[in-house]
Design a protein around this ligand. Structure first.
Ligand code: AGP
Length: 614
């Protein structure tokens, strides 16, 4: 998720653009850049790795004149963070400059075509391909910038919010969106452009939210023009912004955590984008294909991670063992790094980390690598330390996760693990075609099913009020839902400070059931998959001791609803995909209990978003 800003009007563009980028840094901050058409009609592009403040240092003695410009703060998806990969990107002739938020899935094919025509590239980004494609089309067909953008976008598959400047037209910005947000602010003889209204509201409250496939032609001194790819003009609907800047950064939600819980359907779409093809009944992780000999011949997988990422690893174990029939061990990185583990060259180590900077996980990877293991990373932060030392890996593409309590990264990690296991099993021939196709189809339905669960937000908020008294919680699950129980317990602990423990449901009778009394809330993941009847018995054991049971059940479950105290109904799915559905209610429950208790949900005490120390 990147941040885009644009300005055209009578004022100096640079200060407005830089201030706008700072408002959008929560969207991504690994590199930043600005393009300005100067008073002498030079198209100047300045960009650097790092935060916006480093861009300011970089341009300190440069020509930053001009009253038209675009700017970008990056959250890398293709190409690691560096100045070459930072936006804006020049076209070859350096007469166009382009910024982009989104993912162009078919960029490699487009890049090859342009390279065959003699185009050279300065970066490894998908964005530069678009800049070159627009120029190629413009020159080849002698077209206006608008027409070239329309034709170029008709060849693009994926998501984009773009803005383009042309050196010889200092009175015009062309902008377009598809699946990535883009807002035009309408001022007095000036226009603003941004990924959301945050950088705009201090100048004007009149905005136009572009719709998918819409292209904005923003010209100094003219009314805003909006056309579709076929140049059919539409009347833009001007809205008034009522949110303040703080609310806007959080997408209108009170906390980043709730925003990140709510955006999971879109994040899982982004995570699967370009990797799943439902029509062709196919899912593929390119890194698995690139290294399939290594992965197929692995005698063992070892998953190393911490916290929530370790919980995702437990699910990865079940997926890989079930689909690929390769043994998997899941280790706390902090334990693994100090126990002098036996590592063989045939071992594959999977390192899971949202931040890519967790010290224990990084150390575990370095140890395993030094002993000859092949390392596969599953991370969110492109170009962070862990991906830089792995042999290969897959990014989860869920965008920056700001809330300390990990939510969308967890479901993104699990989604990548499902795709990894499926890709490998297909190559290995250890999964039947029927089962494979059923899982691929069900996986593609997960974002919509997540949306169903998110509709329960208000009812779960009501339910959470009942339990703010609690000093202890127990979370239970079996099979694929046992890690969900652990994750639910961790979420509650870290943001509400209520002690909570996750257990395999069958473990209760081996001691923990002594804890059960009328004061003890017990959350049970009891979807109608796997060992449902056994979980049902476990719930009855708890009720017999007056425990309060909150059951996450499959919609329409008429059995558990008769014995549990509270039921949260989720859509039916497949057992191996249940974690993607059943995790959402326990995320919401922990969030609302913490809010009821007045806790600092986004930045809980004693915690950091990335534990870069031992
Ligand atoms: C989870 O909500 C916590 N923030 C924490 O357990 C986190 O998952 C852990 O520190 C690992 O972080 P990583 O995924 O960035 O490596």
């Amino acid at each position: 998720m990147c941040g885009i800003v644009g300005y055209i009007g009578k004022k100096n563009a640079y200060p407005i653009l830089i201030k706008g980028l700072k408002r959008l840094e929560y969207r991504g901050y690994d590199s930043a850049g600005v393009a300005l058409i100067s008073e002498r009609q030079q198209l100047n592009v300045y960009k650097t790795k790092g935060k916006v403040s480093e861009l300011e240092d970089f341009v300190a003695n440069k020509d930053i004149s001009g009253n038209i410009g675009i700017a970008h703060t990056r959250w890398a998806t293709h190409g690691e963070p560096c100045s070459a990969n930072a936006h804006p990107h020049y076209s070859s002739s350096e007469t166009l400059a382009l910024i982009h938020n989104g993912i162009i899935e078919n960029y490699a094919v487009l890049k090859e075509k342009l390279q065959a025509k003699g185009y050279e590239f300065r970066s490894s980004t998908d964005t530069e391909v678009l800049a070159q494609l627009i120029e190629y089309i413009k020159i080849t067909n002698n077209l206006s910038l608008l027409s070239a953008v329309q034709l170029a976008l008709s060849e693009v598959i994926g998501a984009y919010a773009i803005a383009v400047l042309e050196k010889d037209h200092p009175d015009e910005i062309i902008a377009a969106r598809k699946s990535s947000p883009l807002v035009v602010g309408i001022g007095e003889n000036e226009f603003f452009l941004a990924s959301d209204a945050t950088p705009i509201v201090e100048y004007t409250d009149k905005v136009v939210y572009l719709e998918d496939e819409e292209i904005a032609v923003i010209r100094r001194g003219r009314d805003l023009k909006v056309v579709d790819p076929n140049n059919v003009e539409s009347t833009p609907e001007v809205k008034q912004v009522v949110m303040n800047i703080g609310q806007l950064e959080k997408g209108g939600y009170p906390h980043f955590m709730l925003k990140e819980i709510m955006e999971q359907p879109n994040c899982i779409y982004d995570c699967m984008r370009g990797r799943i093809n439902v029509e062709a009944n196919h899912v593929v992780l390119s890194a698995v294909i690139d290294y399939k000999e290594k992965l197929l011949n692995a005698k063992r997988f070892i998953i190393v991670a911490c916290g929530t990422s370790w919980h995702a690893g437990l699910i990865g174990k079940r997926l890989i063992e079930s689909f690929c029939r390769i043994p998997v061990e899941v280790e706390y990185a902090s334990e693994f790094r100090y126990r002098d583990p036996v590592i063989d060259k045939s071992d594959v180590v999977i390192a899971i980390s949202q931040s890519g900077e967790t010290a224990d996980t990084l150390a575990a990877v370095e140890l395993a690598k030094s002993r000859g293991a092949f390392i596969y990373g599953i991370c969110n932060s492109v170009g962070s330390s862990i991906p830089r030392i792995t042999h290969t890996g897959s990014y989860i593409h869920v965008g920056p996760e700001i809330g300390v309590a990990s939510t969308k990264a967890f479901t993104g990690q699990v989604t990548v693990l499902v795709m990894l296991a499926l890709t490998l099993a297909k190559e290995k021939g250890t999964i039947g075609n029927e089962e494979y196709m059923e899982i691929v189809k069900e996986l593609s339905l997960i974002p919509e099913k997540m949306k169903e669960v998110l509709k329960l937000n208000d009812s779960i908020a009501e339910l959470s009020k009942i339990f703010t008294y609690a000093h202890n919680f127990i979370y239970l699950g079996r099979g694929y839902s046992y890690p969900v129980a652990l994750e639910g317990a961790l979420k509650l602990k870290e943001i509400s400070y209520i002690h909570a423990e996750g257990y395999p449901a069958a473990e209760m009778k081996h001691g923990p059931i002594a804890l059960i009394d009328a004061e003890m809330p017990v959350v049970v993941i009891a979807t109608q998959n796997g060992l449902y009847e056994k979980v049902l018995s476990n719930i009855q054991e708890i009720k017999a001791r007056k425990g309060k049971v909150i059951a996450v059940v499959t919609k329409g479950d008429g059995i558990i609803s008769k014995i549990a105290d509270y039921c949260i109904e989720v859509p039916v799915s497949m057992e191996c995909l249940d974690p993607l559905i059943a995790t959402v209610p326990v995320q919401l429950l922990s969030y609302h209990v913490a809010v009821c208790k007045g806790m600092d949900v986004d930045q809980p005490r004693n915690l950091a978003k990335s534990v870069t120390v031992e």
